[in-house]
Design a protein around this ligand. Structure first.
Ligand code: PLP
Length: 414
């Protein structure tokens, strides 16, 4: 993904200074934070928005008529409108605030219980994060539907789309897939996948956890029915996320959780539901989280997501190329265009040992199955080490990563 030729080049070093947490040493070494696929760090603008909200505006939303309640409600609904703009949804009503991607995906899977019948199928890929697999397993178990899988080709981490139309024709009702794989770094062709599903009348669900803070997203251009992401993976706070749904679908769906705010009228025996999106937001929402997410979206768009994608994609490609020279390494995911992360195994070393080794050098990595156990089982391993990049990471940090992983390979490889 390239930014437009006339776009100003961001001053990445100045932007890094916006993230106070990065200015520290760990085990006596400068912190190199490369665990961004798990969660990103927060710029001062987001931290200050949270403090400002709690110091000046905090109240519960929607239910009050006093000034602070009015301000909190205005701020919460402004964040919804901003989220709609961020992904180019047609109207703010198509934005449901959730706790994060996981809750958004569970919301769809749960509310589709009444719409799925025995013999129907749900199509996912072999590279799903457990958050985009287990909710569909539960839906299949509740309804008697079956799960089908788009295969992954191998270590290069691409989807094998040769059989996609045949799969979609097998009574598939929902096709859920990740925009960017959190384990492989693969950027899936979301536009094509949505178009092919639409031709078969299949509802599409895009897991945008790893893409929303990195790439520009236009849900109308994509033509997806649902798209979910998490604030904390895009410079925003934890505990807040977004589920986009096409309005007509949201109107037709059952509620998710029952409670305050999601109702129109309640009697002892039964209730009627509030309008979309409130129908899906039972109870007091994470108001401060929405305010912080608003600040994060403003922050990212002031830089430009094409520039961010170009920056962290380049760091990941450089890391891939540098790490390829390390003895005994096995790299996963595509060698060319990729999202901002690199996953690898080192001969003779468990991923947790590699992560511990790197931690002693001040480098924060993640080791394990990265919530994609079936994928790794298919590829014949149990765990990898993952380095994931964001806008504040630098070429010098890639050099440091390559140096330390080379040392680890020699240490564990003997
Ligand atoms: N989907 C993908 C691809 C992810 O990488 C993650 C988190 O790592 C999730 C879903 C779940 O996100 P959250 O834990 O924020 O709900």
């Amino acid at each position: 993904m390239k930014p437009p030729a006339d776009a100003p080049v961001p001053d990445w070093a100045a932007l890094r200074a916006d993230f106070p947490i990065l200015d520290q040493t760990v085990h006596g070494r400068p912190l190199v934070y490369l665990d961004n696929a798990a969660t990103t760090q927060k710029p001062r603008a987001v931290i200050e928005a949270l403090v400002r909200y709690y110091e000046h505006d905090n109240a519960n939303v929607h239910r009050g008529v006093h000034e602070l309640s009015y301000r909190a409600t205005t701020a919460y609904e402004a964040a919804r409108a901003r989220a709609a703009q961020f992904i180019h949804a047609a109207v703010p009503e198509e934005i449901i605030f959730t706790r994060g991607t996981t809750e958004g995906l569970n919301l769809i899977a749960y509310t589709f219980t009444s719409r799925i019948k025995p013999g129907d199928a749900i199509l996912v890929t072999e590279m799903e994060h457990h958050s985009n697999l287990v909710p569909w397993q539960l839906l299949a178990r509740r309804t008697g539907a079956k799960l089908l899988f788009v295969p992954v080709t191998g270590d290069d981490g691409l989807l094998d789309l040769s059989g996609l139309d045949a799969l979609l024709a097998r009574n598939v009702k929902i096709f859920a897939f990740p925009h960017i794989s959190n384990s492989l770094g693969t950027i899936n062709p979301a536009l094509e996948l949505c178009a092919r599903a639409r031709r078969h009348g299949v509802i599409t669900v895009v897991d945008a956890a790893q893409s929303a803070g990195h790439l520009p997203i236009d849900v109308q251009a994509l033509g997806c029915d649902f798209l979910a992401f998490s604030g904390h993976k895009m410079a925003g706070p934890t505990g807040i996320g977004v589920l986009y749904g096409r309005q007509a679908l949201l109107e037709a769906m059952d509620p998710f959780q029952g409670g305050g705010e999601m109702i129109a009228s309640v009697q002892f025996e039964q209730s009627t539901w509030n309008k979309v999106p409130h129908k899906f937001e039972a109870g007091t929402p994470d108001i401060a989280g929405a305010v912080g997410l608003h600040a994060a979206m403003d922050y990212l768009d002031a830089i430009g997501r094409p520039a961010i994608a170009a920056h962290d994609g380049q760091l990941a490609r450089d890391a891939f190329a540098r790490l390829a020279r390390v003895p005994g390494i096995r790299l996963f995911g595509p060698a060319g265009e990729r999202g901002g992360l690199v996953s690898f195994g080192l001969a003779g070393a468990h991923a947790h040992d590699v992560v511990t080794f790197a931690d002693r050098e001040g480098i924060a990595l993640r080791g394990g199955h990265h919530c994609t156990q079936p994928l790794w089982r298919k590829l014949g391993i149990t765990a990898t080490t993952r380095a994931s990049f964001y806008l504040y990471n630098t070429a010098a940090e890639v050099d440091r990563l390559a140096e330390v992983i080379d040392q680890a390979a020699r240490f564990f490889g003997g």
